[in-house]
Design a protein around this ligand. Structure first.
Ligand SMILES: [Zn+2]
Length: 480
């Protein structure tokens, strides 16, 4: 039960929101200036001159190149000085800079808040989209959303109506009756709102037939992936039965949908692996994976998104140790940041939450070690962040890369985990249409100062972002 509090903060926000809507007490998202806008100077394309291009697969720079973007594609790459700009093409001097593929966040959500629980606010979805782009994230995997409004936002972004990252969406979560996160609602939500939340938060599948119907409904709604809960959060939550899990996987695969499974522990990872899921969402952070199980897990050939930033962030909640990184200062609501940095007063944090964050800090070495040993055993890793209080969409991606570095991954490995690895998974193609810089590929590009192979921090030193061929103007929040 205590273990659950890790996840509860995010859910609590959701509860507050839905509660607010239900009683008609709706606060408009605060009007903040936009973080990005389309640059009209680039109406016919973009030419980046004299730039180093990062080959993510080989892990090396190709120096002194010109890169031309037209429409939504990279149309030409040539030696520096050989490509010319026509009318309406914006020219960018790439000298001393590196062009990298737009980042792919392999686990996030969109209809969420980074602010601390306790504030009745609605998610500002447009601004979340902008915050990803500002930080160079041009593709997101939305790992489950209870609100079908997500599909209209996916469409508006596709149509170019609003700027945003390309979106891949897993629909409504599938879980056991009284499983995660339904059990959380039962324990945490006020009685008067439970009846509203319980049927909406997830599909509760108690039989294979119900599981198949849930998969079918999600696909009909527009889901491209299926998210299933294998973990039991909290401890009193019911675990999905092997028969129901098998039906989810079978039905999804029959329909051409991949299944991603929420896991917390070694036993969750084994159960999901044995059931044939296609992706482990979260790393194993609950316990240290026994050495003899590392190879067993690697043999499943399932990719994993460790999302270490979730546990790092949660373990610091209430400690006053939150120090904003530059990208957070440039993008986040200053009030939300202030609340994060000022939270040091323990008396205002629930004791159970403090107990749990103590536990997380206590086994921090385990999550590092699990990630490091799985990586060494050949498990494909993705950079993904989740989206909950304290995790700011876009900046948290850069925090996660730094944590993977701390866990022992090389810069080359992290860059692949941030680009081509998840691009392959999401597109289902070995030679994916995004996540790499080649002629004919989608023009999702980030220009950074320096060489990220030598210094990973260079990836946060962003000067330009291009999303599906459109050059963006980035507008930092005024300095506080
Ligand atoms: Zn999530």
């Amino acid at each position: 039960m205590l273990k659950t509090l890790l996840k509860l903060s995010g859910l609590l926000v959701l509860l507050l929101l839905i509660g607010a809507v239900a009683i008609g007490f709706v606060l408009k998202p605060k009007d903040l200036p936009p973080l990005v806008s389309y640059d009209s100077a680039a109406r016919s394309g973009v030419l980046i001159q004299n730039v180093s291009v990062l080959d993510v697969e080989a892990g090396r720079l190709q120096q002194d190149l010109d890169v031309l973007v037209a429409g939504d594609k990279i149309t030409r790459i040539g030696a520096a000085g050989t490509l010319n700009a026509t009318d309406g093409v914006a020219v960018i001097n790439g000298n001393g800079q590196t062009l990298v593929p737009g980042f792919v966040d392999a686990h996030t959500h969109l209809i969420s808040l980074a602010d601390l629980p306790g504030r009745v606010k609605l998610p500002n979805i447009e601004r979340n989209l902008e915050s990803f782009l500002y930080s160079g994230v041009t593709t997101i995997f939305n790992a489950g959303e209870s609100d079908n409004k997500i599909y209209s936002f996916r469409q508006r972004v596709r149509d170019g109506e609003i700027p945003g990252p390309q979106m891949f969406v897993a629909g409504k979560f599938i879980t056991a009756p009284d499983g995660h996160p339904v059990r959380v609602v039962q324990l945490m939500a006020p009685k008067w709102i439970r009846w509203y939340l319980e049927p909406r938060i997830a599909h509760q599948a108690g039989t294979p037939a119900e599981a198949r119907a849930a998969v079918a409904e999600n696909q009909q709604d527009g889901a491209e992936f299926i998210k299933v809960m294998v973990a039991t959060l909290p401890g009193s939550a019911k675990r999905i039965s092997p028969e129901v899990l098998a039906a989810v996987v079978d039905e999804a695969h029959k329909r051409g949908l991949k299944v991603v499974a929420h896991i917390d522990s070694t036993s969750d990872a084994l159960m999901a692996g044995n059931a044939g899921v296609d992706h482990w969402v979260h790393g194993v952070y609950h316990d240290r994976i026994p050495d003899e199980k590392i190879q067993t897990l690697a043999d499943f050939k399932i990719p994993m998104t460790p999302s270490m930033i979730v546990f790092e962030n949660t373990s610091q909640l209430g400690r006053g140790n939150f120090k904003p990184i530059p990208l957070e200062l440039e993008t986040a609501d200053p009030e939300a940041l202030k609340r994060m940095t000022a939270i040091g007063d323990k008396t205002k944090v629930h004791q159970e939450l403090l107990d749990w964050t103590d536990h997380l800090r206590g086994n921090r070495a385990d999550w590092d070690s699990n990630t490091q040993r799985l990586n060494a055993a050949g498990v494909t890793l993705f950079v993904g962040t989740d989206f909950q209080p304290g995790l700011f969409p876009g900046p948290s991606f850069h925090r996660e890369m730094a944590l993977l570095k701390k866990a022992g991954l090389s810069n080359k490995e992290i860059i692949k985990a941030a680009t081509i690895n998840p691009a392959r998974f999401l597109s289902n193609e070995q030679d994916p249409p995004f996540g790499v810089i080649k002629t004919g590929k989608q023009a999702d590009l980030v220009l950074v100062k320096g060489n990220p192979l030598d210094d990973l921090n260079a990836l946060s030193n962003i000067t330009q972002v291009i999303v599906r061929g459109k050059l963006l103007k980035r507008h930092a929040m005024p300095t506080q």
